[in-house]
Design a protein around this ligand. Structure first.
Ligand code: ADP
Ligand code: MG
Length: 314
């Protein structure tokens, strides 16, 4: 393609909110064999909502939610935001249904007043969070986090969890003082266009892949809903780039679509990295494309634009 054609294509992309960083990236997109989608925040809306809180000990529901919200208040994870929201609504809207307005705005201030004091908070990437509350260890996260800390999950809780996961929900487990207390089920709906885009890519001869740190059962259920057969689940944040490299081994051209901090090494490793929507700055930096509208249709727009620009003129 002539420099003029590249310039024109770049401009057309920009008008659609498809920002491409240079002619090389624009050229590579035409030959993409795989598009890897991060699950949370990329295929899904990234607006996680708690659907269930189930206690498997004597703890009172209000105390349980206070404990969990206190620990998650220091986390940046979308799951943490869902938990805080749920606890907040349970404690306040339950009691004050008529005075919603001012309260939603004052959420942080109100939360900070009743949350418990937390010490030694640490995020455990790909697994959850841990901290001390009342000098007792609090653990919130997946099965691995529990087992690595010697917390056993009772069979009735395990089967409740399996049930949630088969319904595409993520379960988070809660332990206090090394004893399992209860769990929460969280749902994060798919983006409306997700299934259509997956179908469209297949028609273009591109192989879609879903990549996630979430557990296998939830991942499979979500993948089935969106029409993706190739799933890579329970991948630790550091392992995402390895998945990209393993697909590149036979010379395949790999695009990666993601939004989070966790995704930036994979975005950088991909032949075509696409940061979506209000992705984190570090993701935007690592990417070749920024899809500013946060709409997955722009993945197709980007590939189309490249094909039209280069195929025609070659
Ligand atoms: P994803 O690839 O979907 O963004 P992550 O690697 O961030 O997933 O997390 C993987 C899993 O670790 C989550 O599905 C959850 O079970 C657990 N986890 C991570 N962060 C938290 C948190 N703040 N609270 C509870 N669980 C968490
Ligand atoms: Mg994500």
């Amino acid at each position: 393609a002539t420099p003029t054609a590249v310039m024109v294509a770049t401009g057309i992309g920009a008008n659609h909110g498809v920002l491409v960083k240079g002619g090389d990236a624009l050229e590579r997109a035409q030959n993409v064999n795989y598009v890897i989608f991060d699950k949370t925040g990329t295929l899904t809306q990234g607006k996680a909502v708690v659907t269930t809180a189930k206690i498997f000990s004597g703890m009172d529901l209000g105390d349980f939610l206070t404990l969990v919200a206190s620990a998650e208040a220091s986390s940046e994870h979308p799951l943490a935001k869902a938990v805080l929201d749920y606890a907040f609504h349970f404690h306040f809207f339950g009691k004050l249904p008529s005075s919603k307005d001012g309260i939603e705005q004052r959420k942080e201030e109100i939360l900070s007043r009743w949350l418990l004091e937390v010490e030694d908070f640490a995020a455990v990437p790909g697994k959850g969070v841990q901290c001390l509350i009342n000098e007792k260890k609090v653990l919130i996260g997946n099965r691995t986090l529990m087992s690595e800390n010697g917390v056993s999950v009772p069979p009735e809780a395990e089967s409740f969890l399996v049930d949630l996961e088969m319904n595409a929900k993520t379960g988070i487990l809660v332990a206090y003082d090394r004893t399992f207390v209860g769990l929460m089920g969280i749902t994060d709906p798919l983006k409306r266009e997700a299934a259509v885009v997956v179908e469209g890519l297949k028609k273009m001869g591109v192989h879609p892949v879903m990549l996630t740190g979430d557990n296998w059962r939830t991942a499979q259920a979500v993948a089935k809903e969106v029409g993706i057969e190739d799933v890579r689940a329970e991948v630790m944040p550091a392992g995402k780039a390895d998945v990209v490299r393993s697909l590149q081994k036979d010379g395949s051209i790999v695009a990666m679509v993601g939004d989070g901090i966790n995704d930036s090494p994979a975005l950088a490793a991909a032949d075509v990295g696409m940061a979506i929507g209000g992705g984190t700055d570090i993701a935007i930096e690592a990417a070749d494309y920024v899809l500013v509208r946060n709409n997955l249709e722009d993945v197709i727009t980007a590939i189309d634009l490249s094909r039209k620009t280069f195929n025609r003129i070659r």
